[in-house]
Write a protein that binds this ligand. Structure first.
Ligand code: G1P
Ligand code: ZN
Length: 542
């Protein structure tokens, strides 16, 4: 094996965001772009010599060539072993599990998650650490520093590896194990849930549609839901991963999974609808005629988890990202367990999970997960819902209604203003920051501001601090608005406005928009968003 050292120049835009580095696919395909970032990652972890890594992606355009490049660079580093998913496929939670199962030193996951795929769409690369979770803030900072210092990288000059056949091959002394991407993950799920109870549910006539959105969960869902649990053939739709996700937007929310939503709101609805995203870590849950918001799903899963084998002794704590509604906080209070509020992004849950301080975590952006891996896990959430439905013998809508009766309802929506000119978005955030001290006591759209701050977080386990994580505006009467800029977009800035109103009464039938109208109006007035960004309405409301 010949190792070549290639001279390169620095790219100034390789700062990882909320979840790794995401760029336009053509940017990643450009000379040295991927290689620089991979090399910087090796530098940041002290080199790859003698180490074992997991490698795979969501199957989007450029997945395979990128895997070949990473294999050759790992060989040049002197890595001992790479575990790669057959066909280059691994869902994010399956990759996290393989890292943990094999005691690997980390993993490279190729994905831009829910962003569209294709040569003119998005690509991404994230590095996960030995605990199976996303690189910490400290590690991502080291990777970024290394991208700004790179002069050359090493790569083995060898032919491409066959990724399509399960088995072992080598580059030099580096062992490459091409593994079935589904098998170990499927075993893990079987160890957590009461598969017999779920099997009985399906055998009893329970119907479901799972929309894999042409993304990576297709093979997982076919194997687990249909082949193992006995859901009818055809339960899984759009189940073959495609390089451009069928030209769709693989984000499981009511906007992008509209076909599923329409079915679930129709007479022909099955008992449950679910969907997952590009890399399989997000989930959407819909009942007959009713949508479960991700924030509510987290709360409902936490409240019912004890009915499921893996959590039968109770959960240690719950963590939610700051913009996620406070529905989970009420459950934690009732269970007498702690609830942690972290910045946006799964990387902040890792220390809490590792320390055993929390068992279940979630984000409003359709992510839920537990201590079984160190990523959010779409199919896990679906299986947890199924197990709870089987154990309680109730419908999705009944579980939702019971929950609201017991805990009250956190009405919730997120409004995204996409591809806003970055300078204008920054200006709006600065305008908000400048008012923080003077807002309490003022009244907007009939709501009194009680508190306003820029969310800052100190990790209770390792003491790491993260400042400026989003502007929070609290109002009298249980309303909250949050503003933050997305860290995963690839074009301009995306302004996210999160709206919440807690209501405790006997009837929860009011339309969400109506309940949130006052807090929306107040947030827009305080931020001056329409004027400062030039946007009169959001691009996406979920
Ligand atoms: C978004 C979500 C966030 C999630 C991340 C990765 O990040 O808001 O909750 O962890 O994608 O899936 P954002 O674009 O808001 O920075
Ligand atoms: Zn994802």
């Amino acid at each position: 094996m010949t190792i070549k050292t290639i001279s390169t120049t620095i790219f100034n835009d390789q700062k990882p965001g909320t979840s790794g580095l995401r760029k336009k696919t053509r940017t990643f395909m450009g000379p040295h772009y991927l290689e620089n970032y991979v090399s910087a990652t090796f530098t940041a972890i002290g080199g790859g010599a003698g180490k074992c890594f997991v490698l795979g992606g969501d199957g989007r355009f450029f997945n395979r060539p990128a895997i070949q490049t990473i294999l050759k660079m790992a060989a040049a580093q002197g890595a001992a072993r790479i575990i790669v998913g057959q066909g280059g496929l691994l869902s994010t939670p399956a990759a996290s599990h393989l890292i943990r199962l094999n005691g690997a030193d980390g993993g490279f996951i190729l994905s831009a998650s829910h962003n569209p795929g294709g040569i003119d769409a998005d690509f991404g690369l994230k590095f996960n650490a030995a605990n199976g979770g996303p690189a910490s803030e400290a590690l991502t900072a080291r990777i970024h520093d290394a991208t700004l210092a790179i002069k050359s990288y090493d790569i083995a000059e060898v032919d491409d590896i066959n990724l399509d056949t399960v088995g072992q091959t080598r580059i030099g002394t580096m062992v490459i194990d091409v593994v079935d991407p589904v098998a170990d993950y499927s075993d893990l799920m079987a160890s957590l849930f009461d598969f017999d109870a779920i099997r009985a549910l399906f055998a009893g006539g329970f119907t479901m549609r799972f929309d894999a959105m042409h993304a990576v969960t297709g093979p997982y869902a076919h194997a687990i839901l249909e082949d193992t649990l006995g859901a009818a053939k055809g339960t899984v739709v759009n189940g073959v991963p495609s390089e451009d996700f069928g030209k769709g937007h693989p984000d499981p929310n009511p906007i992008w999974a509209k076909e599923l939503m329409d079915l679930m709101m129709s007479e022909a609805a099955p008992d449950m609808g679910a969907a997952s995203d590009g890399d399989g870590d997000r989930n959407m849950i819909v009942g007959k005629g009713t949508y479960i918001t991700p924030s509510d799903s987290l709360a409902m899963l936490a409240a019912n988890a004890h009915l499921v084998p893996a959590y039968k002794n109770g959960i240690a704590g719950i963590a939610r990202s700051m913009p996620t509604s406070a529905a989970a906080d009420r459950v934690a209070e009732a269970l007498g367990i702690p609830c942690f509020e972290t910045p946006t992004g799964w990387k902040f849950f890792g220390t809490l999970l590792d320390a055993g301080r929390v068992t279940i975590c979630g984000e409003e952006s359709a992510g839920t997960g537990s201590h079984h891996v160190r990523e959010k896990d779409g199919l896990w959430a679906v299986l947890l819902w199924l197990n709870i439905l089987a154990a309680r013998g109730k419908s999705v809508a009944e579980i939702q209604a019971d929950h609201w009766q017991r805990f009250g309802r956190n009405y919730y929506a997120r409004h995204d203003y996409e591809a806003v000119e970055s300078a204008r978005a920054d200006n709006m955030m600065a305008h908000l920051r400048a008012q923080l001290d003077s807002l309490p006591g003022q009244r907007f759209a009939g709501l009194n501001v009680t508190r306003a701050d820029d969310f800052a977080y100190t990790d209770p386990v390792d003491g790491a601090t993260s400042a400026a994580q989003g502007i929070r505006l609290f109002f009298e009467g249980g309303a909250r608005a949050v503003f933050r800029l997305s860290g995963t977009g690839t074009e301009g800035a995306t302004v996210r406005l999160y709206l919440e109103q807690f209501v405790k009464q006997s009837d929860y039938a009011a339309p969400v928009e109506q309940v949130l109208e006052a807090v929306r109006a107040a947030a827009l007035e305080i931020s001056d968003l329409p004027n400062l960004t030039g946007r009169s309405r959001p691009d996406v409301e979920t």
